[in-house]
Design a protein around this ligand. Structure first.
Ligand SMILES: Nc1ncnc2c1ncn2[C@@H]1O[C@H](COP(=O)(O)OP(=O)(O)OP(=O)(O)O)[C@@H](O)[C@H]1O
Ligand SMILES: O=P(O)(O)O[C@H]1[C@H](OP(=O)(O)O)[C@@H](OP(=O)(O)O)[C@@H](O)[C@@H](O)[C@@H]1OP(=O)(O)O
Ligand SMILES: [Mg+2]
Ligand SMILES: [Mg+2]
Length: 364
């Protein structure tokens, strides 16, 4: 369908809306493509960049933003001084409030949102995981024993606890045995006071495909991406130590020609690709219901959810990751997708979860 027709929200009036975007240059380059700016403009939205290094009131004292979308680190929130701006422009909507975004920057609080979901989502859960923070473990002594005594079984994935947008937060590692665990724990302890806590998460065989559910308010799209290949039980017994990997699902199916350093590509690129193509999508109703439940629970509008399907029980789905403000531009026809959402925001559709400006910048 041509992009113009795909857009559900046409402008019915002559009113123009001003939406500011506050984000780092890399994100702007990825997301704010001329095609999006132009599509939004044709539908009544002027997208204006916000300088994230100085108070907003200084460089736009009289400009009233109907809405501001953001993906920022806390230091930039201080630079922007939105309190000051809001005292003059009380009706500006912030998508999304930073104190709520913060809940997605910790891999425990993040997955808490996907536990004990309502009955309609009883087939959706999260993998078993334990947190290891050497400095918080009393005496720091037998962490290894504690992990071995837990319900965790190898292989596991070690993920930095904080998913704060840094490159480090995406450095993951498969751990195959006790020796690998020791290595991981030693690394965790080696940093002295700057140690980064990790979560050890059960590795679940899932057919090498991850479903990425992109959410922008009421608008939801699900795409398939490549993932780690399955590790058959027999093979798992022979694997030793650890294997590092990073951002394996950042390749779309089209540009998947394999990254050598990543375990997802082990010489069977063509097979892997056909696995992805032939994988059946989850039911649309499940995707929509999951998106709705997570919007309600997180209070956020813009995020994506990584979901895998357990090969042992194809009715069972596991949420493994939730990312704030992901790379929407990787979606086909992302321009109407984002524009329709922005129109909902400025028209104050009840579908958009927002707190207006009450108290949401308080803790920045
Ligand atoms: N519990 C698991 N079982 C099997 N595979 C997993 C599991 N957790 C993660 N993976 C694989 O590792 C990849 C990266 O994990 P995860 O999404 O948690 O990391 P991330 O760095 O936060 O990724 P993103 O780039 O999406 O933010 C997943 O896309 C999936 O391929
Ligand atoms: O937004 P950033 O550039 O930082 O990168 C994000 C990236 O999107 P991009 O395509 O825009 O790079 C996302 O990819 P998709 O899930 O959409 O595939 C996902 O990997 C996020 O975790 C990243 O966010 P971070 O966790 O690092 O903040
Ligand atoms: Mg992920
Ligand atoms: Mg992530």
């Amino acid at each position: 369908m041509p992009q113009e027709q795909a857009s559900q929200s046409q402008t019915h009036d002559d009113e123009r809306y001003i939406i500011g975007y506050a984000m780092e240059p890399k994100k702007i380059q990825n997301l704010l493509r001329p095609s999006l700016i132009e599509h939004a403009r044709k539908h009544g939205i002027d997208l204006i960049p916000i300088d994230i290094n100085k108070p907003l009131i200084q460089h736009h004292p009289n400009l009233h933003f109907h809405c501001i979308v953001q993906k920022l680190q806390p230091k930039h929130w201080n630079n922007l001084n939105l309190h000051q701006y809001m005292s003059k422009h009380a009706t500006t909507t912030i998508i999304d409030p930073p104190h709520l975004v913060r809940n997605l920057q910790n891999r425990v609080s993040m997955l808490d949102f996907a536990t004990n979901l309502p009955l309609s989502l009883q087939n959706v859960g999260v993998p078993y995981q334990v947190v290891i923070d050497i400095h918080k473990t009393s005496g720091g002594n037998d962490v290894e024993g504690m992990v071995m005594d837990s319900n965790l079984r190898f292989p596991v994935i070690a993920k930095p606890l904080y998913a704060d947008g840094t490159m480090k937060s995406h450095e993951l590692c498969l751990v195959f045995d006790r020796e690998g665990l020791r290595e991981t724990l030693n690394k965790n302890a080696a940093g002295g006071t700057t140690t980064t806590p990790v979560v050890l998460q059960e590795f679940v065989n899932h057919g090498g495909v991850v479903f990425k559910v992109y959410v922008a308010g009421e608008h939801v799209r699900c795409v398939k991406r490549r993932s780690l290949p399955d590790i058959p039980e027999e093979k798992a017994k022979t694997l030793k130590g650890t294997l590092k990997f990073s951002q394996i699902s950042n390749f779309t199916v089209q540009d998947d020609n394999g990254a050598k350093s990543n375990p997802g590509h082990n010489g069977d690129g063509a097979n892997h690709l056909s696995n992805i193509e032939s994988a059946e999508m989850p039911e649309e109703s499940l995707i929509k219901e999951l998106a709705r439940a997570l919007r309600e629970r997180t209070g956020l509008n813009m995020f994506n959810v990584d979901v895998i399907r357990d090969v042992k029980d194809c009715t069972r789905y596991l949420v493994i990751d939730i990312n704030y403000f992901p790379g929407y531009a990787k979606l086909p026809s992302y321009e109407p997708f984002i524009t329709d959402f922005l129109l909902d925001c400025v028209r104050n559709k009840p579908a958009v979860v927002c707190e207006k400006n009450q108290g949401m910048i308080m803790n920045e």
